[in-house]
Design a protein around this ligand. Structure first.
Ligand code: CP
Ligand code: NVA
Length: 298
């Protein structure tokens, strides 16, 4: 049976551990210039219904460096835009490629696509989560802080974003404490909250935290709500003053793209606590491990 990776909970804790172990190996090998060609002759389809920089480049580089090839298709350029069903697209693509990454809007679209596909499907960001990004974030936490378990993570800003939702899912799986700081209307639904604690006060959430993380105030597809979102979230910026409340060795994460001066200041992104560009790099290593795991059934 094929395996999908649509959410973090699709993998067991052992699988997550093995994935990070392999990602560490792959990162070290790349540093040494050692070639790894485990996916020679394999193909990966990248299907995009939304814009992307990191996800596209890191998945294309990942499969290419492992000896395979990527086919990138924005759905706007495909027959989906002219009415072909997602399911027929999934069935046909499964005859050509060994795995498919899909970036879409609603999670219903993602699940319908995955049900029809006969090869592994990876969630490359949906309204309900961004699990490949959060894998890279957790990997970065482990790298910088030694471990993830027992650490305190403060998520500040739009806590109903796909990033925040995946962090809520991750907290019980990876055993870290999650504090959310967001105004009412920008919090996860109770069912998604898990063990996260919510406050309206960013300073309360950040006090002593090991990791401070945020996401854009206006996610893809929310452009019409931009003015009201900016107003509601204005007091939830990750800036130097707020970061001063965190643990002295705290790291700052942001999945990028960032809007400097909105949800985070340029000084924090480029400052000594930022692990943001290592986090972006780690997408490559973690996704290589993920592709091997799904395609080779490691
Ligand atoms: N973080 C992330 O997924 O970036 P892109 O939207 O550029 O792919
Ligand atoms: N929450 C953001 C993440 C971008 C990687 C969005 O969905 O636009």
């Amino acid at each position: 049976m094929k395996r999908d990776f649509l959410r973090l909970g699709d993998f067991s804790s052992d699988e997550h551990r093995a994935l990070f172990h392999r990602a560490r190996e792959l990162k070290a090998k790349r540093r040494l210039g050692e070639a790894v060609r485990t996916l020679e002759g394999r193909s990966l389809l990248l299907l995009f219904e939304k814009a992307s920089t990191r996800t596209r480049i890191s998945f294309e580089a990942a499969i290419g460096q492992l000896g395979g090839n990527a086919i990138t298709l924005p759905t706007a350029d495909s027959q989906i835009a002219r009415g072909e069903t997602l399911e027929d697209t999934a069935r046909v693509a499964s005859r050509y490629v060994d795995a498919i990454m899909f970036r879409t809007h609603g999670d219903d679209r993602l699940r319908a696509f995955a049900r029809a596909a006969t090869v592994p499907v990876i969630n490359g960001l949906s309204d309900g989560g961004h699990p490949v990004q959060v894998l890279a974030d957790l990997f970065t936490m482990a790298e910088k802080l030694g471990e993830v378990e027992g650490k305190t993570v403060a998520f500040v800003g739009d806590c109903a974003s796909n990033m925040a939702l995946s962090f809520c899912e991750a907290a019980p799986i990876f055993g870290f404490d999650l504090r959310l700081a967001a105004p009412k209307g920008y919090r996860p639904p109770t069912a998604a909250l898990g063990r996260a604690r919510v406050t309206s006060d960013p300073e309360e959430a950040v006090a002593g935290a090991d990791v401070v993380i945020t996401d854009v105030f206006v996610s893809m597809g929310q452009e019409k709500e931009a003015a009201s979102r900016m107003k509601a979230l204005a007091g939830y910026q990750v800036n130097e003053q707020l970061l001063g409340k965190a643990h002295g060795n705290a790291i700052v994460l942001h999945c990028l793209p960032a809007h400097r001066g909105e949800e985070i200041t340029a000084g924090v992104i480029d400052g000594p606590h930022s692990a943001i560009f290592d986090e972006a790099e780690n997408r490559l290593h973690v996704q290589k491990a993920l592709l091997e795991h799904l395609i080779l059934r490691r």
